[in-house]
Design a protein around this ligand. Structure first.
Ligand code: IPE
Ligand code: IPE
Ligand code: MG
Length: 243
């Protein structure tokens, strides 16, 4: 397919998976896998935006990842708190807005300070959006949205009858377009609590490669796979690829 005829998904989600296995296979500590994954993630973000993707949602730490060893969790938190301001300054120069999805509770103060710094720094940017899903869980997001809706109904800000799919979406951590395409690396075929609401009609792709090795070429391949899909949204596409 010619590059210029490609359909580019607007909102892409990436479940950044396989960092630990990548490192273990190389005889390295799992932490080294997180470091390599984090470096690669920044490269892939830049590349995805050059391809015309508008919004990237990146699943980098789940609410369930706190079950891991103290050493591994601390390493990931350090990686973020000690480096992400510098990275955000670079993204800011490219007019990229960085937002966060997830619960702030349980996070260390230096991590919360970094989140606040980055959010404030990039909040007026009008270009691409990176939605960093950090201490994120899809079920928790729906629960938190429901609580906020109940508060607003009790305060008379909205009426129960005004709650529908559109209004509900506005109460999620971020008000972003529906996810068009989900990529999960490392050959695991599950969503592990990622964007359960936003995934409703997303196309999904599960390459075998572990995230630190997920290259620009692999990203191009993912976009080609997306272009072979026939998105019907419950309707019938008589012109579609499968008819
Ligand atoms: C993804 O890689 C990063 C996080 C979940 C924090 P993993 O750490 O899950 O790597 P594997 O799946 O154990 O290889
Ligand atoms: C999902 O990966 C969470 C992130 C990538 C941040 P996990 O490695 O935690 O998921 P499971 O345990 O394999 O389902
Ligand atoms: Mg994993």
């Amino acid at each position: 397919m010619d590059e210029e005829n490609l359909i580019i998904p607007k909102h892409v989600g990436i479940i950044v998976d396989g960092n630990g296995r990548w490192a273990t296979r190389k005889g390295l500590s799992r932490s080294m896998g997180h470091k390599a994954g984090f470096e690669n993630l920044k490269k892939i973000c830049d590349y995805a935006f050059t391809k015309g993707i508008e919004v990237l949602s990146l699943y980098v730490f789940s609410t369930e990842n706190f079950k891991r060893s103290e050493e591994e969790v601390s390493f990931i938190m350090d990686l973020f708190a000690k480096n992400f301001r510098k990275d955000a300054i670079k993204f800011n120069k490219k007019n990229i807005k960085i937002v966060f999805s997830g619960r702030r509770e349980q996070l260390r103060k230096d991590v919360i300070d970094t989140i606040d710094y980055v959010t404030e720094l990039t909040k007026n940017n009008t270009g691409n959006i990176i939605n960093f899903c950090f201490n994120y869980g899809g079920q928790t997001e729906i629960v938190d949205a429901t609580k906020k809706i109940i508060d607003d109904v009790n305060k008379g800000i909205i009426n129960k009858d005004d709650i529908n799919v559109e209004t509900f979406s506005k109460y999620l951590y971020q008000d972003l377009p529906q996810l068009d395409f989900l990529i999960r690396t490392s050959g695991e075929y599950r969503v592990s609590n990622f964007m359960l609401w936003q995934l409703s009609y997303a196309e999904m792709y599960f390459p075998l490669v572990c995230f630190p090795d997920f290259s620009k070429k692999d990203f191009d391949e993912a976009i080609l796979k997306y272009n072979k899909r026939d998105r019907r949204f419950g309707g019938i596409n008589y012109e579609g690829k499968n008819n």
